[in-house]
Ligand binder design. Structure first.
Ligand SMILES: C[S@@+](CC[C@H](N)C(=O)[O-])C[C@H]1O[C@@H](n2cnc3c(N)ncnc32)[C@H](O)[C@@H]1O
Length: 415
């Protein structure tokens, strides 16, 4: 189950945001309108929709926003809008990660109701629809036409995911989209970080393949604004993070300065990992790269450069979007077209308009084999569902690959 739910979830968010925008243009006395049989005034009802969604989300994920939304007769619409987006981000994440619909929700000692995850999501969606309809009733009772928030209109304005995802923005490709969208990407990473990293499918599979990192020096290849470097550093690793984007490296350093570096500050460097880096040659016995391989323009040079930075016997662990998922997500049309450009849809919705390079799994593995790496583990991670897959099926959106660099004495492998 799961991502088929994205459409109704997004429709709910869109509808509530539409109503908030509409109410913003009403006079204060209009916002206080009510009608028999409804929850309360227009403003109170909006506050109630969002407050209830916070609660449902808590039951679904165990997470609550930092500030409580107290029931009030007037509400701060900008704050409400923020909260709607906060909820929607988390809900979408839940849908994409998938969940067991029969599993119980988080307990609330003050609430004897014990819905299942599926029941809670149903309640969340129904509750929003019901109260938005009440606002339409109130407006109608006062002779004001409410904005159209129906599923029909949503569907018309938001064509199916396949077309949306496959559409390429016009114009030439930017050389490194991550630099141009660094701020939006940082916000995206923040969301990932706020979730429970212990259950992040990529992070746990990577750490398990890397083995003990405490006290070890690790290269975080294509470290971006430092997400995985921080994961490693908090586990006691000494980390060197290299990335092509000067802006992301600047952000990584700023964040480290803000948070305070530990005993071993992460050494962030701007660098192109598809060109030799003499100063780091043969330096690492552990190399990690989190969700970057798909974004490197020259994957063969990347595999070679990482090999040149590795000690004999080194381990390399790469997390990537499963190449087969390019097709399942509707990003590309021909799986066999190495180098086809795909566009990240989820990130585009958050302002990161980044392309990636599709390559077949065979092409990726060949590139690393040719550079001398030996595959030791392939982990299928991030199970999910998709509009394009039959209901009830599950598919690994991600892969974690582990390679070793054979030592000179290892006769089983040709370099
Ligand atoms: C999707 S981001 C992932 C960043 C980070 N690993 C994370 O998980 O947040 C992909 C990163 O690859 C970097 N990148 C792409 N090509 C590169 C290259 N040739 N050398 C170094 N970094 C590169 C980009 O600048 C970008 O930061």
């Amino acid at each position: 189950m799961a991502s088929a739910l994205l459409v109704p979830v997004r429709q709910g968010t869109w509808a509530t945001l539409r109503l908030i925008a509409f109410v913003r243009d009403l006079r204060p006395e209009q916002r206080a309108w009510s009608a028999p049989g409804t929850y309360g005034s227009i403003e109170q009802t909006l506050g109630h929709i969002v407050g209830a969604e916070h609660y449902y989300l808590y039951r679904l994920t165990g997470e609550m926003p930092s500030a409580e939304l107290k029931p009030a007769s007037t509400v701060d619409l900008a704050d409400l809008e923020e909260r709607v987006r906060w909820c929607s981000d988390r809900l979408e994440r839940l849908c994409v990660q998938g969940f067991d619909q029969h599993a119980p929700t988080h307990r609330n000692p003050g609430d004897p109701r014990m819905p299942t995850m599926g029941g809670m999501v149903t309640q969340l969606l129904c509750h929003g629809t019901e109260h938005r309809a009440q606002i339409a009733t109130i407006l109608g009772a006062h002779g004001v036409e409410s904005p159209d928030t129906s599923g029909w209109t949503y569907a018309e304005q938001h064509p199916p995911a396949m077309a949306e995802l496959a559409a390429e923005p016009p114009g030439p490709l930017p050389p490194n989209p991550w630099d141009a969208h660094a701020e939006a990407y940082q916000r995206f990473v923040r969301l990932r970080e706020e979730a429970d990293l212990a259950v992040d499918p990529f992070v746990s599979a990577m750490l398990s393949s890397l083995g003990e990192v405490t006290g070890r020096e690790v290269l975080d290849a294509c470290c971006g604004e430092g997400f995985f470097s921080r994961v490693l550093a908090t586990r006691g690793a000494r980390v060197i993070g290299v990335d092509l984007s000067p802006r992301l490296i600047e952000m990584a350093r700023e964040r480290q300065e803000r948070d305070g570096a530990g005993e071993d500050p992460i050494d962030y460097r701007v660098g192109d990992l598809t060109r030799p880096i003499a100063s780091l040659e043969r330096r690492f016995s552990l190399i990690a790269s989190h969700l970057a391989l798909n974004d490197v323009a020259d994957h063969r040079a990347f595999a070679r450069v990482l090999a040149s930075l590795a000690d004999p016997g080194a381990r390399l662990v790469l997390a990537l979007n499963n190449p087969y998922s390019s097709l399942v997500r509707g990003h590309i049309k021909d799986y066999f077209e190495n180098g086809a450009i795909g566009w990240y849809a989820g990130m585009a919705q958050r302002g990161v308009k980044a392309h990636y390079y599709h390559r077949t799994l065979e092409e990726y593995l060949d590139a690393f084999f040719a550079a001398g790496w030996r595959l030791t583990k392939l982990a299928d991670v991030w199970p999910g569902q998709n509009d394009l897959l039959p209901a009830g099926t599950s598919f690994p959106y991600g892969l974690v690959l582990a390679f070793d660099m054979p030592t000179a004495g290892d006769v089983s492998v040709r370099r």
